[in-house]
Design a protein around this ligand. Sequence first.
Ligand code: ATP
Length: 367
Amino acid sequence: MASSASAPASGSSDLPHITVLGSLNMDLVSYVSHHPEPGETMASNAFAISPGGKGANQAVACAKLSRSRSAGQDSKADNATATAHVSMVGAVGNDANGAALRANMSRQGVDVDGVQVLDHDGITSGVAIIVVDEPTGQNRIILSPGANYAFAWHEGVAGGGLIPPQTQLLILQLEIPLDLVLRALHEAKALGIPVLLNPAPAPATEEARAKLEAAFAAGKDTKDKGIAHLVLNETESAALVPGLTVSDLDTTEGLSRAAKYFLGLGVENIVMTLGGRGVYYATATTVAQSNGEVGELVPPEKVKQVVDTTGAGDTFAGQYALEAVYASSQGRAFDCEAAVRKSNRASAITVQRKGAQDSIPWLDELE
Ligand code: ATP
């Protein structure tokens, strides 16, 4: 059983319920000695197929970090130890990748009833073809979103909506059409469900940025507030805050400026992950009590050796989401700093292992 101070007792029939609405992709990764020239055919040094997609990764993070491994089976969840129910809502094609993506998530404890299998117009599951230049470690990625972009609101799970009504926290990213994300924000607000938004990948156009900004501000000054938790990295912060560059975030002034911008739009808790620098966080409560300095920099956990940072941000978001949903389901005030510190611990384990979903720790490893 979980010994986390904040986690509810395992085996409960009404576990805190997190829903992730987002992408599922199969990552096909070739490791090469150099990136191929136009017209060149070359052999790779190694090849790997692994489940990915930001939505799927974050759902797996929530599931693994809220349950232990089944004894003797490293890749399978022991659902009897679960301290949260995690649902994935998304879409795959009717193909082998889709079947593998659903099966893999289910093995790790994610409820995949909301992952639809689209069987029309030759839609395929999302695929990322990743070519890694081994000498430099540089990636070239071709993303074919397939079903992730063919998923429509009318294919929702609950009476035409997309969010299971028992959801206590909704997690969203930007690897599905922005209009779908905006509708989900709207639906969550109507249902009174708090949202954790991880705006990744960063919006590429000013139009998309402005639409998101409007969605952030939509709850401002009303009793049902705006976005409860905004969790984002430096690139995403710079893309969203007008006039801000990534290098501005090297200074406390820049971090504070970004935090003030988001808090001004009505975001309740703003959490900027800064890789090896740790995390800067600010909350509507702390800003109300401060005389200028709005946020705080929390250092990362010390690690022996950084092996592969893939999935670190998704692990962080997963643990943070669990802390948020445990607090609300127990009627406690949310302690943003404590959530950041615990999430730092979880992602510090991820960066010391290879892979994305595989590198995310189980609850028993965190303890
Ligand atoms: P990704 O897209 O690779 O999943 P990200 O850019 O969204 O990652 P980062 O800010 O790079 O997210 O990292 C997320 C968290 O992982 C950090 O806030 C920190 O807690 C942890 N982390 C990352 N790098 C290190 C490191 N070198 N040492 C310790 N912890 C780290």
